[in-house]
Design a binder for this molecule. Structure first.
Ligand SMILES: [Zn+2]
Length: 399
C-alpha cells in the first residue's frame, strides 16, 4: 500500500477574466510547444493565445511534476512535446470542463528552477516557460513534503458499506468508457485512433441500446472527453445504485497478431500473464493523470462484506459467461476469452462488474472493426441480449 504524498507551489499568476466570470469561457489555446535541453537541464516552452493561470505540484511515487491549467485546447502536434532530458514521459490534456493538466514524469530527481509566463514581443500571445533542473532526492522529498496539496478529484474513495438499490426500481447499468481526457489509452497502429474515443463511441451506442429495453436504465460514467479516476468511476456508479458495471476498452498488445474480444472479471490472482500485464497497465490510469496514489481500501475482516464480495464475484462471472454466450459464432474472441486479474475499476464489493476488451487497437483487422459503426451496433445488440439473459437467470434464482 502506498501513501499519497503531494505538494504545491502556486505561482502568482494574475487572475484573468476567463478563470472567474464563468459563462462558458472559451478554453485557452496552446498552439505551440518546444522542448530542449538534456538530462541536467530541460526547458519546455508552450505558446498560449492568452495569459494562462497555472500552478505547479510535485508528486511522489513515482516522481512527477504536475502543471494545472484552466480549460485548455492543446493544438500543437503531439511530437512537439515528446519525452526528453529530465522527462521520460509527458502527458497533457483535459481533466474536466474547467481544467487541464500537464504531467511530467521525471527520469531523475528534478525541480522547476523557473516557471513563468512571458508576453510575446508582438503582445499577441503568452508563453509559459518551464525550466527544470536536476537536483537530489532529498530536495524533491522536501518539495513534496513542504507544501500541502490535495487534489480535489482524488478525495473520493470507495466506501466499504454495501448499498442496496431502491426497491421496485429499474435495473440500473453503469456503462464505463475506459480512459478519457489526459489519459488517451492505447493508440491504433494504422489510423492512430485513440482508445478513449473508441470506448466513448461504444459506451454511447451501448447505453442507447440498453435504454430501449423496458425496465433497464443505462447511464454513462463519462459523457465527454474528461478524465475520471478509477475510484471515481466506481463511486459514481455505486451512488447511482447500478446493479451492473460494464467497463469498455480496446487496448494494444505487443503481439500484433492477437485479435478478438476478451471479458475480464476481478480476482486477486491473475489468470495468466496477458491478463496481469493488462490490469497493470489499466491501473496506471490515475498515475498518468498525475493523481495521487489513493491508498487501497483496508482489508475488511467483516464476514458479511466478504460474503457480499463472493456473491458479487459470482454474479460478475455469470455476466461474463452470458456475454460470451452472446458472442459465440458472432464475434471473434481470443483464446480463453474469460480471464481475470486485479483491475482496480472492478473492485466494487457489491456491484457485479466486468471489463470488456472489445478488440485490440494493435491489430489492423480489429482496428477496422472498432471504427465500424455497423459492428458497434451489432456488439451493442449482443451485449443487450447478454444483460437480459443475465437478468432473467438472476430473477429465476431469486436475485
Ligand atoms: Zn484500456
Amino acid at each position: 500500500m502506498r501513501v499519497a504524498i503531494a505538494a504545491t507551489i502556486c505561482f502568482a499568476a494574475p487572475v484573468t477574466s476567463f478563470a472567474v466570470d464563468g459563462a462558458n469561457p472559451e478554453p485557452l489555446l496552446a498552439y505551440g510547444a518546444r522542448i530542449v535541453g538534456d538530462d541536467a537541464r530541460t526547458r519546455i516552452v508552450i505558446d498560449f493565445d492568452r495569459e494562462p493561470a497555472f500552478s505547479i505540484h510535485y508528486i511522489a511515487n513515482p516522481e512527477r511534476i504536475v502543471i494545472d491549467l484552466p480549460a485548455t485546447a492543446f493544438g500543437f502536434p503531439a511530437g512537439d512535446l515528446g519525452a526528453r532530458g529530465l522527462f521520460k514521459d509527458i502527458r497533457y490534456g483535459k481533466m474536466d470542463e474547467d481544467s487541464a493538466r500537464i504531467v511530467l514524469t521525471t527520469s531523475k530527481p528534478a525541480k522547476m528552477a523557473v516557471a513563468k509566463v512571458q508576453a510575446d514581443e508582438g503582445g499577441k500571445g503568452h508563453r509559459l516557460v518551464l525550466d527544470a533542473e536536476m537536483t537530489d532526492k532529498a530536495t524533491v522529498a522536501e518539495l513534496v513534503k513542504a507544501q500541502s496539496w490535495s487534489d480535489p478529484a482524488s478525495a473520493q474513495t470507495t466506501s466499504a458499506i454495501p448499498q442496496t438499490a431502491p426497491a421496485g426500481s429499474d435495473f440500473i447499468i453503469a456503462v464505463d468508457a475506459g480512459h478519457g481526457g489526459i489519459d488517451t489509452g492505447a493508440i491504433g497502429v494504422d489510423t492512430k485512433t485513440q482508445e478513449k474515443d473508441v470506448t466513448l463511441a461504444f459506451a454511447k451506442a451501448l447505453a442507447d441500446r440498453l435504454n430501449r429495453e423496458a425496465g433497464i436504465k443505462a447511464f454513462l460514467t463519462r459523457t465527454d472527453d474528461s478524465f475520471l479516476s478509477l475510484s471515481e468511476r466506481v463511486q459514481i456508479s455505486r451512488q447511482a445504485h447500478a446493479g451492473l458495471f460494464i467497463s469498455l476498452h480496446a487496448d494494444t498488445l505487443k503481439q500484433k497478431d492477437i485479435r478478438g474480444s476478451t471479458v475480464y472479471t476481478i480476482s486477486d490472482k491473475a489468470s495468466d500473464k496477458l491478463a496481469a500485464d493488462l490490469a497493470d497497465r489499466e491501473n496506471l490510469s490515475d498515475q498518468i493523470a498525475g493523481k495521487e496514489t489513493v491508498a487501497e481500501p483496508p482489508e475488511v475482516a467483516d464476514i458479511l462484506l466478504d460474503l457480499t464480495r463472493r456473491e458479487t464475484q459470482a454474479f460478475s462471472i455469470s455476466l461474463a459467461q452470458s456475454v460470451l454466450t452472446s458472442f459465440k459464432d458472432q464475434v471473434g474472441t481470443i483464446n480463453n476469452p474469460h480471464r481475470h486479474a486485479g483491475f482496480r475499476v472492478l473492485q466494487a464489493p457489491d456491484m457485479p462488474s466486468i471489463l470488456l476488451e472489445l478488440g485490440f487497437l494493435s491489430n489492423k483487422e480489429d482496428e477496422k472493426l472498432l471504427l465500424d459503426e455497423t459492428w458497434r451496433q451489432k456488439i451493442a445488440d449482443l451485449l443487450t441480449d447478454a444483460v437480459k439473459r443475465y437478468r432473467t437467470s438472476m430473477m429465476a434464482n431469486g436475485g
